[in-house]
Structures are given as structure tokens and as C-alpha cells.
Design a protein around this ligand. Structure first.
Ligand code: PMP
Length: 417
């Protein structure tokens, strides 16, 4: 018998038998409240009956119909349905499987469309683990350790992470935009810069929302210099933040968005959306792949969009998100060990700090472990892995949020006493 690679290490000891809604059931029959949602993927809850039915029906009709060979109905239907929810003007779609592939597709499009070699990413951003996207990822050194030489042409500018700088939001934003201009003067001239790649809220980097002034600053510079604004909505899209898109919080128009995770309730599917005019600038043959836009994944995605609409999941994410954020803040108010609680919608992070204000991943990870023992599954994130993050499915109920907060309050009291 083969053994599992240590690469498959888990944050919790749970071996899952099945899932239903916001709960996972392990092989010993124990129930766990799942505030990880497969890292923000199973937004409609585990095994939503409508998603399951759509996928089952599609499996019996067609599993795979590679889209550069033949087109299939679920992909056409999904494209049409995404048209109802995509930002204005982004009316052309390309599909892949994973988030990293979508970011790479956006990178190829940006370089080909502009003829420029460089891209600017923002400190603390996460865009994937392929060599190109790991190069673009700065939310922790571990993602690109030992794999050099990395891809060329990637430049990093600051993100307005006010809490880390110890500044207010305005000072952090002014600083970040000034540094971006300095980067243009010293490292990548605007005329050499194809695109900005920005998450509306740092995800893996510690759950840090951007702000309207910062996003407007990027848009202004993009317009002035013909740089593309690529918004990575992989973790923040499909209602996760309490608005349909993460960037909807900031009133900014992207040129390209990347999508994945919440799109298909756990079936592998990702993509990019851009204007037809921009998409037409991709070089023929350079975008594609064997499995992208899988028929079963597309059918599941159509059902996912139906559920998001019919069950008002965006509004639920906003309401339950406020409840969760307020509850997590109330827990933090009782201890100096949690220095900051941040979030948008159902992405809520509690940052653990030592008494002298340093990142405290030991306590954060102890809290995450103890919570898992008590039936609440969560993850950590941030450069130091000292932010405990809650990402329940968008179908989470008020009672389930209370249930999680009660466990969380007990866990925090225990690990900080
Ligand atoms: N971009 C963002 C914003 C993400 O959160 C992630 C995954 N955490 C990715 C890209 C990469 O997605 P994948 O793991 O599917 O390649």
C-alpha cells in the first residue's frame, strides 16, 4: 500500500465522510461546523440538492467535451448566465480549472494585449502556486521558496495595510500610492507595465480589505498609462463579501476579473472575464487546455448561480457577515491577544499578537486546533499565519453563526488564559 506524501498535510485531523450545508461529518460520525468551506469554495453549502441534481444529470449526458474541439450546452448556458452578473462591459469569458490557471490566463492576455513585459502586484497578495503565480504571490515567503529562478517582470508595490503600518487608512493609502509612483520612476516605467493584479481584499495575506481611494488611485494610473486593472476575485467573488463582487465595495471598474472558488460549489472551474475587444487581443492558440470549462462543472456552476439568486445568498452573506464580524470583535474586546478583527461579508479574520504587538502564530494555531477539537473548523492566514479566518458557506444561518461564536469565545478564553 502506498503512503500519503507529507505534502498532503492537513490543518485538522478530520477525515470527512460526507457534508451537508454548513456541516461536515467525519468517518466516526462526528459533526463539524465547517467555517472553511473548502477555502471559500462551497458557498452554497456542502452538496446543495440543486447543485447535486444538476451535476448528476449532466454526468449522464456528457462529462467532457473539450471546448477547442466541440462546444457544449452547459458552457454556453453558463456564459449566458454569467452575463447577468458580470461587471458592465466584461462580456467575454474564458474558462479554465483552477484559480492559478485563471491568473495565468489574465497574465498572458495582459502581456499580449499591451505588448508590455511587466506587471505590478501588491504586498500580501496571493495569486496561486504555479511558478508564474507564485512569483506574483507575496503573502508569505513559503510560496516561492526553493523554486527560483522565478518568472521575470513582476514588481511589488505596497498594499494599504493600515493595521500593520500602525497608521490610519488614509495615511496607509497615500503611502501605498506614493510608493507605486516611485516604483514607476525606479523599477518599471508605466509604458513597460502591462497590468496591476490586485485582490479587493487580501485573502491568504490576512483578510485585509482595500478601500475606495486606493482602488480609485489604481484606476486613475491605469487609465493614464494604458495599464490593465486585473482584479483577482477568486476568493471574493460570487457574493462572498456581501456584495456580488469584492470590487463592488469600492466603486471601481476592472478591465479583467479572475473567477474560481465560489463559481461552481466545489466542482473545479475557473475563468477570466474581459471586454470582447480586449479578449480578442489574446494570441490564437495561447489560451486553452484539456479540461477547462468541464461540462459537469459548468452545469454545477449554472445551478450555483440559481441558488445564489433564489436563496438571496448575497444578502445573507452581508447580514451573517455583520453578525460574525461583530461577534468576533466582541470576543477580541475581551483579550489583548487579538490585535485586530477585519472582514467583508463572510470573510472574517482575527489577528493574534503578542503583548509587545508582534505576530503570534503560536496562539492563533493553538486556537484553530482547539476549535477543531470542539467541532468548529477554521483556517489560518497572513504572512505569519497568525490570523484565524472564518469562511462559512453563504447559506450559513444566524443560529450557526451564534454556534460558531460560542465555540470561538470559549476557545479564545482557553488559549489566552
Ligand atoms: N487567487 C486568489 C485570490 C486565491 O485566493 C487563490 C486560492 N486561495 C488563488 C488565486 C489560487 O487558486 P487555486 O488554488 O485554485 O489555484
Amino acid at each position: 500500500m502506498a503512503t500519503l506524501s507529507p505534502l498532503l498535510k492537513q490543518a485538522t485531523p478530520v477525515v470527512v465522510d460526507h457534508g451537508e450545508g454548513a456541516y461536515l461529518y467525519d468517518t466516526d460520525g462526528r459533526r463539524h461546523l465547517d467555517f472553511t468551506a473548502g477555502i471559500g469554495v462551497t458557498s452554497t453549502g456542502h452538496c446543495h440538492p440543486r447543485v447535486v441534481a444538476a451535476a448528476q444529470e449532466q454526468v449522464g449526458k456528457l462529462v467532457h467535451g473539450q471546448y477547442t474541439t466541440v462546444m457544449h450546452k452547459p458552457l454556453l448556458e453558463l456564459s449566458e448566465r454569467l452575463g447577468d452578473v458580470l461587471p458592465t462591459g466584461l462580456d467575454s469569458l474564458f474558462f479554465a480549472n483552477s484559480g492559478s490557471e485563471a491568473v495565468e490566463a489574465a497574465l498572458r492576455l495582459a502581456r499580449q494585449a499591451t505588448g508590455r513585459p511587466n506587471v505590478v502586484v501588491f504586498q500580501g497578495g496571493f495569486h496561486g502556486r504555479t511558478v508564474a503565480t507564485a512569483t506574483m504571490t507575496t503573502s508569505g515567503t513559503r510560496f516561492s521558496a526553493g523554486i527560483s529562478p522565478l518568472m521575470g517582470g513582476v514588481h511589488m508595490a505596497p498594499f494599504p495595510f493600515a493595521y500593520h503600518y500602525g497608521w490610519d487608512e488614509k495615511t496607509a493609502t497615500d503611502f501605498a500610492l506614493r510608493e507605486l509612483d516611485y516604483l514607476f520612476a525606479t523599477a518599471t516605467a508605466p509604458g513597460e507595465t502591462a497590468a496591476f493584479f490586485i485582490e479587493p481584499m487580501l485573502g491568504e495575506g490576512g483578510y485585509v480589505p482595500a478601500n475606495p481611494e486606493f482602488m480609485a488611485g489604481l484606476r486613475e494610473r491605469a487609465d493614464e498609462h494604458g495599464i490593465l486593472l486585473v482584479v483577482d476575485e477568486i476568493q471574493t467573488g460570487f457574493g462572498r463579501t456581501g456584495k456580488f463582487w469584492g470590487h463592488d465595495h469600492f466603486g471601481v471598474q476592472p478591465d479583467v476579473i479572475t473567477i474560481a472558488k465560489g463559481l461552481a460549489s466545489g466542482f473545479p472551474l475557473s475563468g477570466i472575464a474581459a471586454s470582447a475587444e480586449l479578449m480578442a487581443k489574446a494570441f490564437p492558440g495561447s489560451q486553452g487546455g484539456t479540461y477547462g470549462g468541464n461540462a459537469v462543472s459548468c452545469a454545477a456552476a449554472v445551478a450555483t448561480l440559481d441558488v445564489i439568486r433564489d436563496e438571496n445568498l448575497v444578502a445573507n452573506a452581508a447580514e451573517r457577515g455583520e453578525q460574525l464580524l461583530a461577534g468576533a470583535r466582541a470576543v477580541a474586546d475581551k483579550t489583548p491577544a487579538i490585535g485586530d478583527v477585519r472582514g467583508l461579508g463572510l470573510l472574517v479574520g482575527s489577528e493574534f499578537t503578542t503583548a509587545d504587538g508582534k505576530p503570534d502564530n503560536t496562539t492563533a494555531q493553538a486556537a484553530q486546533k482547539l476549535a477543531a477539537e470542539r467541532g468548529l473548523l477554521m483556517l489560518t492566514c497572513g504572512a505569519y499565519m497568525n490570523v484565524v479566518r472564518m469562511i462559512p458557506p453563504l447559506v450559513v444561518t444566524s443560529e450557526q453563526v451564534d454556534e460558531a461564536l460560542e465555540i470561538w469565545a470559549g476557545v479564545v478564553a482557553e488559549v489566552t488564559k
